[in-house]
Design a protein around this ligand. Sequence first.
Ligand SMILES: Cc1ncc(COP(=O)(O)O)c(C=O)c1O
Length: 388
Amino acid sequence: MKGQFPVEKFQNIRTPFYYYDTTLLRRTLSAIAEEAAKHEGYCVHYAVKANANQQLLSIIRKAGLGADCVSGGEIEAAIKAGFKPEGIVYAGVGKSDWEINLGLDADIFCFNVESLAELDVINMLAAEKGKTARVAFRINPNVGAHTHANITTGLAENKFGIAMRDMVAVIRKAQEMSNVEFVGLHFHIGSQILDMTDFKALCLRVNELQEELERENIVVKNINVGGGLGINYQNPDGVPVPDFKAFFDTYAANLHLRKGQKLHFELGRAVVGQCGSLITRTLYIKQGEVKKFAIVDAGMTDLIRPALYQAYHKIENITSDEAMETYDVVGPICESSDVFAKQTELNSTKRGDLIAVRSAGAYGEIMASQYNCRQLPKGYTTEDMNNI
Ligand SMILES: Cc1ncc(COP(=O)(O)O)c(C=O)c1O
């Protein structure tokens, strides 16, 4: 065992694969439960999009979180893992009819509706079943987040949500419909946010919108502020558990909840990000004209974040204690963007060494593809190691 990794066991597993430290996941979930419980009416959902591994879902469900889904497949995955429909919320700009029907049949807690056209379809499909769908409107708050442009979602130019100026009209429309019930507002400003002032800006916007709705005598039972809390990619061992206290306290200090109102959160990355690592084996060391390359057997098909968002992941050689050297760590895919890190320091690395790409529990395994006819990586948990 080197560091927190059971390296001996890893030698028996075909690489690349994901390893999930479920002890850390449980610690993270306890921190969420402890901090959220300090505030009345706070309900935390897990954003299944971050990682839908069934073993992780089951642990998260047992910790008492609800599920936030963005597709019919995610609703199925959540239900399979035992999440109760009354704790499931369903967002997404493009819900297909079969997905809406699935949500209606399961009687999920709420559809987070992103357009008037979608509201019409939900009302129609619910009528066909003689049901009433609970709906919340996803409002685009035009609040920026200090994060990568590809993962901001709350700006006026983004495809998500309904414009603020249309908010009252869509609620009125829903109130006139026979098969939908308006139950709340939904927001989500982006992901990997570490600056609490971004969440504060959302709170202030929600306060303004609530005041506008009060003037219209519209009662809002639920406010859902989405997810977005980031993790420390630079220092996963130093900061394994995100600062949930600062996160929930920011909402408590700035968002003015009305009596009896519930405040919902949809955390993804902050729940599972730090517990996962992509484990890959070094295939070759290649000395180029100016650089030394560590060519590993995992590629952008297994973890696309560096290629897609220029994301940083800490990389460690977990089978070498030798002196540090500088490498470009690259994968085998036929794309020049298939690079995990440029000019990074690793213990001197040779063929066969195991490399851990850290903080890969969120938006890793779930985004894997079979491009180049590759196999999908498997995911193993701490518990699985007992049987290997
Ligand atoms: C609507 C919605 N909720 C929650 C999340 C989860 O975000 P995060 O993983 O940053 O917490 C996302 C992510 O894109 C989202 O689109």
